[in-house]
Write a protein that binds this ligand. Structure first.
Ligand code: PGA
Length: 338
C-alpha cells in the first residue's frame, strides 16, 4: 500500500517508519544481506525460517519497495535494500556506541570491542584478544577475519572499532594508523625440497620454481609480485589459492614453493613439515597497521585495546625473531651434517 508522503513525517521525524518498522526487523534484514541467505540469518539469530521471512515481508511492506533481488543465483539487495542496509549499519553502530558509553558512565570496565582483521592477521590477533579478555573480562569481544575487499567495505560502513591491516590504508579513507608488530614474509618449501640445501638463492632461480600464490588483492601477493618485478623476472605461478592454510598444505604436498608471512608458521614452528628457504632479500620486513576512523570518538575500551596491543608489540617481535632464528639454526645444522 503506497503511503501519502505527508503522512510519513511528523515533527520532522519519520513517523510512519517509526510506527511500522522494528529494530528486530532491521536486525533480521541486516543478517539476510550480510549472509546472503534467509536460512543462515535464521540460524545466526536462533529464529525459525518462517519468522525471518514474515519479518522481512513486513519490513518490505512498510517501505513499500522491493528490498532483495532474489532472481539471481546469489541473493542480493536492490538499490533500496542496499540503502536500507547501510542505514541499519549506522543505526546499530550508534546503538553499540551508546551501550559502551553508558557502561563507561557507570564506571564499568565493560562494553564492546569489534575488531576486523585482514586474513593473515588471524595468526596472531586472537592471542592478543585472549590476553586482553583476561584483563577486561566484562568486555564483549568480536573478531571478523576478512579479505581486503570486505575489510574496506566494513571500514566504509563503520562496522567496527578497530582494524588490523598489512598495508598502509589509502589516504581517501581518512584513517588513523598505528604502526604495529612485524609481519616478515618468507619463502617456504616442503622439507625435502632440493632448494632447502642451497644458500642465498637468487630471485631469478626462485622464479623458475612452481609458485603457489594467494588470491588477487591479498597484501602478501602484492608484495611478492613486486619482488619479481623489481628483479625483472616473471614468476612461474602454478596455482592460486584463497588461504594461507591451503597454500601450506599444497607446499607440503609438493605442488610448489610459496611466499607467506612467518606468522603462518607460528603454531608448528620448526617442528612442522615446512622449511624456510634462504633467498636473497628475504625475509621481507613488513609491519602490521592498527587502524581506526580518523574522526571517530573512540570508546575507552578501544583506547585500552590500542594501548594493550601496542604494549604486546615487543613480545610479538621477539617471537618472530626467535622463530626465524630457529629456522636459520636448523638450516646450518643440516648443512654441517650433509
Ligand atoms: P593478506 O594481507 O592476508 O590479505 O595477504 C596481509 C598482508 O598484507 O600481509
Amino acid at each position: 500500500m503506497a503511503i501519502n508522503q505527508e503522512l510519513r513525517f511528523k515533527g520532522g521525524l519519520p513517523d510512519y517508519l517509526i510506527r511500522h518498522t522494528t529494530f528486530r526487523q532491521m536486525q533480521i534484514f541486516e543478517a539476510i544481506v550480510r549472509l546472503s541467505s534467509f536460512t543462515k540469518a535464521a540460524e545466526e539469530l536462533f529464529l525459525t525460517q518462517p519468522t525471518v521471512s514474515t519479518q522481512f515481508k513486513k519490513l518490505s511492506e512498510a517501505l513499500d519497495i522491493p528490498l532483495l533481488d532474489q532472481s539471481a543465483r546469489q541473493l542480493k539487495p536492490t538499490e533500496a535494500g542496499q540503502e536500507l542496509y547501510q542505514t541499519i549499519c549506522k543505526i546499530f553502530n550508534s546503538l553499540a556506541e551508546l551501550d559502551t558509553h553508558i557502561a563507561e558512565l557507570k564506571g564499568l570496565r565493560r562494553g564492546r570491542l569489534r575488531l576486523s582483521v585482514i586474513t593473515t592477521a588471524k595468526h596472531f590477533a586472537p592471542e592478543i584478544l585472549g590476553s586482553f579478555a583476561r584483563e577486561y573480562p566484562g568486555v564483549d569481544l568480536s573478531l571478523e577475519v576478512c579479505n581486503r575487499e570486505r575489510i574496506f567495505e566494513r571500514i566504509q560502513n563503520n562496522l567496527d572499532d578497530l582494524y588490523i591491516l598489512g598495508q598502509p590504508p589509502s589516504k581517501e579513507l581518512s584513517l588513523e594508523a598505528h604502526l604495529f608488530a612485524p609481519n616478515p614474509l618468507v619463502v617456504i618449501a616442503a622439507r625435502d625440497h632440493e632448494l632447502c640445501k642451497e644458500s642465498n638463492i637468487s630471485i631469478a632461480r626462485l622464479a623458475q620454481e612452481p609458485l603457489l600464490v594467494r588470491e588477487p588483492g591479498s597484501g602478501i601477493r602484492n608484495t611478492s609480485m613486486k619482488v619479481f618485478t623489481e628483479h625483472d623476472v616473471t614468476p612461474n605461478i602454478r596455482m592460486e589459492l584463497g588461504s594461507n592454510e591451503a597454500i601450506k598444505h599444497a607446499v607440503v604436498g609438493g605442488l610448489g614453493v610459496a611466499i607467506l608471512s612467518l606468522h603462518t608458521l607460528s603454531l608448528e614452528g620448526v617442528n612442522g613439515p615446512i622449511e624456510v628457504l634462504d633467498v636473497e632479500g628475504f625475509p621481507i620486513k613488513r609491519k602490521w597497521f592498527l587502524v581506526h576512523q580518523k574522526n571517530k570518538k573512540l570508546s575507552s575500551i578501544t583506547n585500552a585495546f590500542i594501548e594493550f596491543a601496542l604494549a604486546e608489540e615487543p613480545v610479538i617481535r621477539e617471537r618472530m625473531a626467535k622463530l626465524y632464528d630457529q629456522f636459520i639454526q636448523r638450516r646450518k645444522k643440516r648443512k654441517q651434517n650433509s
